[in-house]
Design a protein around this ligand. Structure first.
Ligand code: ADE
Length: 236
């Protein structure tokens, strides 16, 4: 099977693989479990000044990434027969969920478009079928850091990347809940002991305690998760 393939369209190709070249994702990259290429959007500017943006139609502040330039970059990176989803990083996109991450990992890879400036000409978003994706309700200076977050979330789920598959199933969001608290030695630290049940050897009691804690944390911090099956793909 060909490696999971990420193509990143950006004005700053030197940012990649960046942190993804280290640690878990870096080792997976070296061993060929995923592959990554960058396309410099500026390389598709047609004029001698290599212009990629222009002033917004209708007026206003900031600059807008040109449709023609970005479309040429997309067409070069992902021709018509390339079935990979095309995601554009944008704070107005649909929030990324663990469910969407799992879908992306199950496919051949992704094409990630990193915006800069105030925005991207709507015609290229529509014309090239770009799915706008947000990584949270805050504004980054560009899509690159968001793209890295998307890739990191996907790469760790590629079969063979994580040591033990179990650690991917018990974690936050995978069962629709936030993760329970963890403890390890020393048994007593700064006057606080590990909860007794965890050292009792009673596996059923441990499982019950962890589930209760997960529920408590989710109620406190993310009550929306308890009613929003969509975010997690939970079916029960
Ligand atoms: N670009 C700027 N801010 C972003 C965000 N929150 N998510 C995705 N892309 C972005």
């Amino acid at each position: 099977m060909p490696a999971w393939h990420a193509s990143i369209l950006t004005l700053y190709p030197d940012m990649f693989p960046g942190p993804l070249g280290l640690s878990l994702s870096g080792r997976a990259l070296e061993s060929g479990l995923w592959q990554c290429d960058t396309v410099n959007i500026r390389g598709f500017a047609a004029d001698r000044h290599r212009t990629v943006d222009d002033t917004p139609a209708g007026g206003g502040a900031g600059m807008v990434l040109r449709a023609d330039v970005l479309a040429s970059a997309i067409d070069a990176a992902a021709p018509d027969n390339d079935t990979r989803p095309r995601l554009m990083m944008s704070p107005r996109g649909r929030p990324l969920t663990q469910r969407r991450v799992r879908e992306l990992v199950a496919g051949p890879g992704v094409v990630l478009v990193c915006g800069r400036f105030e925005g991207v000409d709507q015609r290229v978003i529509d014309g090239r079928g770009l799915e706008e994706v947000s990584i949270g309700d805050y504004v980054l200076s560009g899509g690159e850091v968001a793209a890295m977050a998307v890739l990191d979330a996907c790469i760790r789920l590629i079969p063979g990347v994580m040591g033990t598959q179990a650690s991917g199933e018990d974690e936050s969001f995978e069962n629709g809940l936030l993760e329970y608290p963890h403890y390890t030695r020393p048994a007593l630290w700064e006057g606080t002991a590990i909860p007794e049940v965890l050292t009792s050897g009673d596996h059923a009691a441990v499982a019950r305690w962890r589930h209760d804690q997960a529920l408590r944390l989710t109620r406190e911090r993310r009550p929306d998760l308890l009613t929003d099956d969509d975010a997690t793909g939970r079916t029960s």
